[in-house]
Design a protein around this ligand. Structure first.
Ligand code: PRX
Length: 633
């Protein structure tokens, strides 16, 4: 019992056609592979103009029942989660499906004992330890809505998310072991509690080190006190298909991050279907995705997709370069990894360390290599193919987004062809189109346009938490009757799609999404900053780097630069720190006062001779100074 696994090109083509000709029939068949406590009455109701999307209407299920309970009879003794610690001298931990179900139920009962009920929001701020996956599933078990916040975000960013979600509970660890560093996670939560978090009733702390933490008897509870003695039985809450499963905050082009909402039924069907097909997972394989569960890739392809499919999924606590740049490859050898899924930024960083590292290890078990999060450049693609896959493991360059819930455009390994830098073909059920600025669909091949999706798929986001209008405005208002991705793409002469990158004010730094407005707001918190403008520029390892133009009160120097970096770290986290800060006297503006980012982007990219006509600007003179100073950076 499982979703369809495509095994040939003919089957892909046939299924794709069926999925477009009669989407409801196609998805009904896939959805029927799951356990529903009550059958769904209708497959899909939708209207992208209103907009409105619902899948598997009135169906009742629980995603954890499908991830765990249903596997226990068939593969209770099979490893579900295999965990590799940061510190190699520590033991590997593993959980069979049987054991994982017990742990999830214990945690779920622990959450209940803290007063968490269906519909409550729970924030998870934890490193990559098994308890993070257990806590995610425990929330889903009782119908609480989890919102995982990447543990690299600052106290302010955490407090913003807790407040937006009005979370009742925060689950965190005491410390995070990352490479040679030990990061005080609980301290960040304490700081966030001082900044807001008024809705929080308790903080559940998982002990992950022998270090001491500050303790508040009013709110703080140890995981081992609350969870360890609970019963390993906890009924799976009956959830409607369209009940919220989780919120995941991601950056947009304007204002504060938005809470992307995914629901139970559609997300379940799509993550399982896409996992099985994209990675061609076979019984007995060991699958490893190196993402952090704080991002959508970790949600869909470390936790839910693999567990729904009954796979063995690996989690790694550490970083790719600790104790050295061979760590990923060493882990692949040690655990005989069959499918390996990572981000181009990691590939580029490891490629820069030389071929000696991968050459020391036996990578012969790898059958499929995956890439996600940003465009992969040809050089990195070829290195990945030759040095890691030895030319024998197809690369699946998977394009998708937090909002899409699952992989949308990708080669299927061994089934469709691969071409460096091309995400290639849509999965069955996905109908991508390229449109021009007027929203007209470009039917021909060999074109470039804006990437939209014209038919809903089961795991499309249902709303942005607390701001339904934003959902409508951002995704469905740009072009009539279509979901707009925010990406630009090219289609080659044979119909393969290559996603070029964002066309809005979002930049992609090491595969992490950053809103330029968000970074500007943080920079502007520095008392000496009058105004700032942030753009992306090509970066050899990160894909894009952050370039900040800053107008100061007084003159700028390296001290102020450092202070600005500190402010950004405090407001958002180290991942948002600009790579370059240029102090300027003014910013190029249109006559209506809008910053001309196009010009700033070109200067940041070094294209100073291609600025075009600047004479219509409100302040054309500032441009020549910015150009001159940029060359000195
Ligand atoms: O610009 C695209 C880029 O990452 C964006 C989505 O980021 P996020 O929501 O953080 O999700 C990342 C993990 C799914 C997209 O709008 N992107 C993602 N994958 C690719 C990509 N760009 C090119 N090729 C990809 N394979």
């Amino acid at each position: 019992m499982n979703t369809t696994q495509i095994s040939s090109l003919e089957e892909y083509q046939k299924l794709y056609k069926e999925s477009v000709d009669s989407p409801e029939k196609f998805w009904k068949k896939e959805a029927q592979q799951f356990i529903w406590f009550e059958d769904f009455k209708d497959v899909c109701q939708w209207n992208f103009n209103e907009p409105n999307v619902k899948w598997f209407l009135e169906g009742k299920t629980n995603i954890t029942y499908n991830c765990l309970d249903r596997h226990v009879l068939e593969r209770g003794d099979q490893t579900a989660i295999l965990w590799e610690p940061n510190d190699e001298s520590q033991s590997v931990r593993s959980f069979t499906y049987d054991e994982l179900l017990d742990e999830v139920c214990k945690c779920a009962n622990g959450l209940k004992s803290l007063g968490v009920v269906k519909g409550d929001r729970v924030i998870l701020y934890m490193p990559m330890v098994p308890e993070l996956a257990i806590a995610v599933l425990a929330c889903a078990r009782i119908g609480a809505v989890h919102s995982v916040v990447f543990a690299g975000f600052s106290a302010q960013a955490l407090a913003d998310r807790v407040d937006d979600a009005s979370a009742k509970l925060i689950i965190c660890s005491d410390y995070n072991n990352r490479g040679a560093k030990t990061i005080p996670v609980k301290q960040v939560v304490d700081d966030a509690m001082d900044l807001g978090c008024n809705s929080v009733e308790s903080v559940l702390v998982h002990k992950n080190s022998s270090n001491e933490v500050n303790w508040s008897d009013d709110t703080d509870r140890w995981w081992h006190d609350v969870v360890n003695d609970q019963s390993p039985f906890c009924p799976a809450e009956e959830m409607d298909s369209e009940d919220m499963l989780f919120i995941l905050y991601t950056s947009g082009s304007t204002g504060k991050p938005k809470g992307v909402v995914h629901t139970c039924g559609g997300y379940m069907v799509y993550t399982c279907f896409s996992f099985r097909n994209v990675f061609q997972y076979k019984e007995g394989d060991v699958y490893w995705c190196t993402a952090d569960i704080g991002w959508i890739t970790g949600h869909s392809y470390i936790v839910y997709g693999p567990l729904l499919a009954g796979a063995t999924t690996m989690m790694f606590e550490g970083v790719p370069t600790y104790p050295d740049a061979g760590r990923f490859w060493k882990i692949c050898e040690k655990h005989k990894v069959n499918q390996f899924y990572t981000a181009p930024t990691a590939i580029r960083a490891l490629m820069a360390k030389g071929d000696d590292f991968p050459e020391q290890y036996d990578l012969s078990k790898i059958k499929v290599l995956g890439s996600v999060g940003e465009p992969i450049n040809e050089e990195a693609w070829r290195w990945y193919d030759e040095k890691i896959g030895k030319g024998k493991a197809p690369i699946v360059d998977t394009w998708w987004q937090t909002e899409t819930g699952g992989i949308m455009i990708t080669p299927l390994p061994g089934i469709t062809d691969t071409k460096p830098t091309f995400a290639s073909y849509p999965l069955p059920g996905i109908q991508p189109v390229l449109v021009n600025a007027e929203g007209e669909i470009l039917e021909e091949n060999d074109v470039e346009g804006l990437l939209c999706i014209k038919h809903p798929w089961p795991s499309v986001l249902r709303t942005t938490y607390g701001d339904h209008q934003r959902w409508k405005d951002v995704y469905f208002s740009m072009f009539n009757g279509m979901y707009f991705t925010g990406d630009g793409a090219r289609r080659d002469s044979e119909g393969r799609i290559r996603v070029i990158g964002r066309v809005d004010d979002v930049i992609n730094v090491s595969g992490h999404r950053m809103g330029t407005a968000e970074v500007e707001n943080a920079i502007n918190e520095h008392p000496a900053v009058i105004e700032s403008a942030v753009v992306g520029f090509p970066h050899p390892i990160k894909g894009q780097g952050i370039y900040a133009y800053v107008i100061l009160q007084g003159t700028g120097d390296d001290n102020i630069r450092k202070e600005i970096l500190d402010v950004v770290t405090k407001e958002i986290g180290p991942i948002a720190k600009p790579d370059l800060i240029q102090f300027v006297d003014g910013l190029p503006k249109t006559r209506s006062g809008k910053i001309m980012r196009r010009i700033l982007r070109k200067i940041a990219c070094g294209d100073v001779d291609k600025l075009g006509d600047v004479s219509t600007l409100l302040n054309p003179d500032v441009v020549s100074n910015i150009k001159l100073d940029a060359l000195k950076l």
